[in-house]
Design a protein around this ligand. Sequence first.
Ligand code: G3P
Length: 218
Amino acid sequence: MKFFIDTASIDQIKEAKELGLLDGVTTNPSLMAKEGITGKDNILKHYATIAALVEGDVSAEVISTDFAGMIAEAKELVEIADNIIVKIPMIMDGVKAMSWCTENGIPTNCTLVFSGAQAILAAKAGATYVSPFIGRIDDTNWDGMELIKQIAEIYAIQGFETQILAASIRSSKHIVDAALAGADVVTCPLSSYLGMLKHPLTDIGLAQFLADYRKGNS
Ligand code: G3P
């Protein structure tokens, strides 16, 4: 399973990289705005900075909602670096744009996916990644993880090669559940990865080991 960080924060990306577990980065227009990155030139420069910082895939999202605009943006984004993946929303022109990108060797991440039907379309369009938004499904009182299970089953039955990128992941429990449900990748803030470290018995056990060492060596 790959670990992506879902942020446009350079500090968070650097910190995640220091853990030695970082396989890639996902961003979106909201995350860019959160870091105060606005204006096309600044956004493209920021993508270049992120892409130079990590070896793995970096998803950069198109803003256009029409086919021609998405294609123009896709061409521009992949010029930034070899590890840029063009993130395209699951709308009709998005499906056309993803199919075009596939035919033209441009890797894509199909975003804003909330159903098995949409995930099938993403795979048929040849998306490199499909991004079901788990937390946002949970927010509507449905079980987001059920969608990961469904997509994993469909892709296995059909032999689709699109990788399942569990997005809108908000806790360490989500990460464990996504791993069990068959996600190929999870993307989340650094806090969710750090949450995986925590267990009170680890802290109690370590304190005991160190206390016993001190007793034996005093
Ligand atoms: O990767 C998608 C993510 O950025 C959305 O997360 O927490 O805003 O639903 P959230």
